[in-house]
Design a protein around this ligand. Structure first.
Ligand SMILES: [Zn+2]
Length: 73
């Protein structure tokens, strides 16, 4: 079975439930994962409580951070 996140596989079977991960994160912490279905590779909650998703671009070392809301996950 492939590792997917809940954003690209909302069936409830996703390995990485982003909503749960986001709710469990403390401010200033991030969680890295490898989704095989999309470019998401980490989720981060900043000191103000805003959520960010890291999307890998082309290579694994290149990230773009996108601000997201809980409703987007
Ligand atoms: Zn995904």
């Amino acid at each position: 079975m492939k590792n997917h996140c809940s954003q690209c596989n909302p069936s409830g079977m996703a390995q990485f439930n982003l909503t749960k991960l986001a709710l469990g994160l403390e401010r200033g912490h991030s969680y890295s994962f490898v989704c095989e279905g999309c470019d998401n590779s980490a989720i981060y909650k900043d000191e103000s409580g805003f959520l960010w998703l890291a999307k890998s671009i082309n290579s694994e070392d290149n990230f773009e951070w996108v601000e997201v809301g809980l409703e987007d996950l």
